[in-house]
Design a protein around this ligand. Structure first.
Ligand code: ATP
Length: 588
């Protein structure tokens, strides 16, 4: 397949903001793909060349792409940087430079999809001396043979910022349309931008959507889902949980207090400590251990200590377990707040010494797969019994503390005990519910002491003045709404001046710098990448924010490197909190 065929799709998707139209364009394209193009197309549509859970990442610096454009087009790095500031997008700059060049020269090699894909993948294969030059040459080779519009997407893909507004939801729906529109009787009316479905068709549509979503949640692999869906419903239904492929985790709803929690999960319920760490999926495949965060990042190499423990402690050939990873203070033996170990998630160097300095406990709370058996269909009670049966507990590897009760008073005492032990609260779980990957169903709820916490994405900031001129401050924060990130205000408090005191402005600036959209002036826009937790007094309706709501007195609490922007609090959640906050009781 020619790369231009995909570029045409990028351009068409870019040209419309209508979700149904995007779905129609994409589904027609996916339907007619050759089998052997499926994997590369699906990844490139997501703007990546390795699956999300792959340890390999492109990690290309802006400078490298500038240099590659320079080699391919002869434009000076200063010119390219200036253009970037003017146009605000490296893709447009790249297209512009190539356009000017191609007026003079004719290129000979037409780029194929696999040439672009292979060159991009090769970018991570070099180490040692000359690495940067070799990488630059690979990108430059692509740009040299590219047309102006191809150059735009090559540069954007290299820098991981595709900007075609394609979210997971649209991709999922496109697979449904591409593979099951006949069964549903679905026809898209472009003039009206509508699909008219009667009740029966709507039911079928929902069934197929759930089927595709469920296959995705079990494997988080859209290529595999498309490949099977193209073969038909039966093939799609056969997709099962596979050790090595991370699942989308089940999420827990929030309960106001213990009585509210019982009302959702029923009585009796299991009540577990809610540990304040980060969630980890532990996959055991014979002698191999793979570790994935909640955002499906493969962090196996960052946590050799956990792998070592897991190999010894899990008595099964193949298994997938869920755990909360908590840091502890070696001298006092007490748990540490999440921030203290969060940096281990991103650590690439000095892994062993960091592991020794910041040791962790691995606290298991669920079992999703065991030796050929999909455990997510089992009841919570049976899953946790099996889990207890295969785990040899040690000082650092153990099961979550829990009680099973119907009694509110006993539950409240356990809640207080959990807080006294330095935890965040409790999780309350229905005893006979399955595990539903990818959804926030009420099979379990969390009861926390602080109810007013939101995970928000930083989408803008302001350069400071005077002695703070090197720092970004006054961060624009946003929630998630479908594929967009509407702002819900700004946060400036809670950050420290000095690193020793906590998360400092300097650290925030370093983290955000690679995501700043190039532009002049003090006010900058930032690509959604960094998620933070904020507390606030109240949610107010606001005509001046894109979300229509604003947080009163927002305060930064901590970084959430374990979250993707897609995992941020949604506008729907904020609306719900807004309606709930009247008459709310914080009593437990
Ligand atoms: P929060 O921000 O409150 O941690 P969240 O958005 O990460 O919530 P939720 O599913 O809403 O995710 O809340 C449950 C989280 O609590 C889990 O993701 C997990 O990391 C953590 N946790 C701690 N202890 C437990 C436990 N015993 N059972 C399940 N999850 C636990």
């Amino acid at each position: 397949m020619l790369y231009q065929t995909l570029v045409d799709i990028y351009e068409k998707l870019n040209a419309t903001s209508k979700r149904l139209e995007k779905t129609s364009i994409l589904s027609a394209f996916l339907k007619n793909l050759q089998d052997n193009d499926v994997e590369q197309v699906i990844l490139l549509l997501q703007g990546i060349v390795f699956p999300i859970w792959d340890e390999r990442r492109l990690g290309i610096a802006d400078k490298l792409v500038i240099h590659a454009i320079n080699i391919a087009t002869g434009k000076s790095p200063e010119f390219i940087e200036q253009k970037w500031k003017e146009l605000g997008d490296i893709g447009d700059v790249s297209a512009n430079c190539v356009q000017k060049k191609t007026q003079a020269t004719l290129f000979s090699n037409e780029l194929t999809l696999s040439k672009v894909f292979t060159n991009m993948q090769q970018l991570v294969s070099f180490t040692g001396e000359g690495t940067v030059d070799k990488k630059t040459a690979l990108v430059a080779e692509l740009l040299t043979n590219a047309t102006s519009s191809q150059a735009k997407y090559i540069a954007r893909t290299a820098l991981g910022d595709l900007r075609i507004g394609l979210g997971d939801g649209t991709l999922r729906d496109s697979i449904v349309w591409a593979c099951f529109s006949q069964q549903i009787g679905l026809v898209y009316n472009q003039a009206e931008n509508d699909v008219k479905l009667d009740e029966e068709q709507r039911k079928k549509y929902n069934e197929y959507t759930n089927l595709v979503q469920s296959a995705y949640d079990k494997t988080t692999d859209f290529s595999l889902v498309l490949e099977k869906a193209r073969k038909g419903e039966e093939a799609l239904k056969k997709i099962t949980i596979t050790p090595g492929l991370p699942l989308n985790v089940m999420l827990y709803q929030k309960a106001q207090n213990i009585a509210d929690a019982f009302a959702t999960v029923g009585q009796p319920a299991s009540i577990e400590y809610k540990y304040d760490g980060f969630r980890l999926q532990i996959h055991k495949i014979k002698e191999k251990i793979l570790l994935f965060t909640r955002r499906l990042e493969n962090v196996t190499s960052q946590f050799p200590d956990i792998s070592k423990e897991a190999k010894l402690a899990i008595n099964a050939t193949n298994a997938i377990l869920e755990a909360e990873i908590v840091g502890y203070d070696i001298s006092s033996g007490k748990y540490l707040p999440f921030q203290n170990i969060s940096m281990r998630i991103q650590r690439k160097h000095d892994i062993e010494s960091t592991a020794a300095k910041y040791p962790v406990h691995i606290i298991l709370f669920d079992l999703l797969y065991l030796d050929g058996r999909d455990c997510t269909v089992l009841h919570y009670h049976d899953r946790t019994e099996l889990l207890a049966g295969i785990c040899a507990q040690s000082k650092t590897f153990y099961l979550a503390q829990k009680i099973i009760t119907s009694d509110e008073k006993e539950a409240a005492e356990f809640y207080n005990k959990s807080l006294l032990n330095g935890n965040e609260g409790v999780m309350m779980k229905n005893l006979s519910s399955p595990y539903q990957p990818g959804s926030r169903v009420g099979y379990g709820v969390k009861v926390k002491s602080v109810m007013d916490a939101l995970d928000v994405v930083i989408v803008g900031a302001e350069w400071g003045e005077g002695k703070r001129s090197k720092w970004l401050s006054s961060f624009v924060i946003a929630c998630k709404n479908k594929d967009e990130y509407p702002a819900i205000g700004r946060v400036g408090t809670g950050f420290k001046e000095k690193a020793e005191e906590g998360t400092a402005f300097a650290e925030m600036t370093e983290l955000l710098k690679p995501h700043i959209k190039p532009q002049e002036g003090r006010e900058v826009q930032i690509k959604p990448a960094i998620v933070i937790e904020v507390h606030y007094e109240e949610i107010q309706q606001s005509p001046s924010t894109a979300a229509g709501y604003a947080l009163r007195f927002p305060r930064f609490v901590r970084l959430r490197p374990d979250r993707r922007p897609e995992d941020a609090s949604t506008l729907a959640e904020i609306q719900k909190l807004f309606t709930q906050q009247r008459g709310r009781t914080k009593n437990i």
